[in-house]
Design a protein around this ligand. Structure first.
Ligand SMILES: [Zn+2]
Length: 234
């Protein structure tokens, strides 16, 4: 999002009173420097969940994108505004693929009550709000589940069993699920399964960012891009 000279001047003035560092690179004085802001320009990509559900992301997850997303989730909610264009791009790409039919609603993958209390905000609904996108309230807060970073996909799936609970009538409704980041896709798969088990339909998913396909992960998607990223970019 380009800044006007006035906006830039105001941000610089604010930085004198409220010292900040760039969420992307750690440079002094700006919440997001111009170089890092340019690095989070939408470059949509597409994957599939194991059940074939298309997953659209606004950009590949890694480097500056990862730094900014982690900072947004970890105490700097103001960065949601800077990430919103990525989510808008992902939702637009998902929408462009949908066939005509009954209305489709956006639905946020829920966080746990504890995570929300710890942060003081809920990243995915915040991203949706900053994107100007309405959201259907479908899920109860997620049940507590172990941190997943070191687990395989099969282990993640087992840990996510029963974590997502639908609390509204979803039978006959159609959804695009929204999350912040997609890695293995296990979270989206578990949330989709909960909606489908209650009679709802999940047509696609959208996220701010997604890792590229990894060996043993989601099946190859010929329509997807850009999996041929240089190694080391991640
Ligand atoms: Zn920076």
């Amino acid at each position: 999002m380009p800044e006007s000279p006035l906006t830039a001047a105001l941000l610089d003035a604010a930085a004198l009173l409220l010292p900040v560092v760039c969420a992307g690179c750690g440079a002094d004085d700006r919440a997001l420097c111009a170089t890092c802001a340019a690095a989070i320009t939408p470059a949509p990509l597409r994957r599939r969940l194991p059940d074939g559900t298309p997953v659209h992301a606004g950009i590949a997850y890694g480097g500056v994108v990862r730094q900014v997303v982690v900072a947004m989730k970890d105490g700097r909610p103001g960065l949601a505004r800077r990430l919103a264009p990525l989510l808008v791009a992902a939702v637009a790409a998902a929408g462009a693929e949908l066939a005509d039919g009954p209305p489709v609603e956006l639905c946020a993958v829920p966080s746990t009550r504890r995570a929300r209390r710890r942060r003081g905000y809920d990243p995915v609904p915040l991203l949706l709000a900053r994107s100007g996108l309405g959201v259907a309230r479908v899920f109860a807060p997620a049940r507590p589940h172990p941190a997943q970073k070191t687990l395989t996909r099969a282990e993640r799936a087992a840990h996510l069993d029963g974590v997502f609970r639908v609390r509204r009538l979803v039978a006959g409704r159609r959804f695009v699920l929204v999350d912040d980041v997609v890695t293995t896709g296990a979270t989206l798969a578990a949330a989709s399964a909960a909606i489908r088990a209650s009679g709802g339909e999940v047509l696609a998913a959208a996220a701010v960012a997604s890792t590229p396909r990894r060996v043993g992960d989601l099946p190859a998607d010929p329509a997807g891009a850009p999996w041929g990223l240089p190694s080391g970019a991640w």
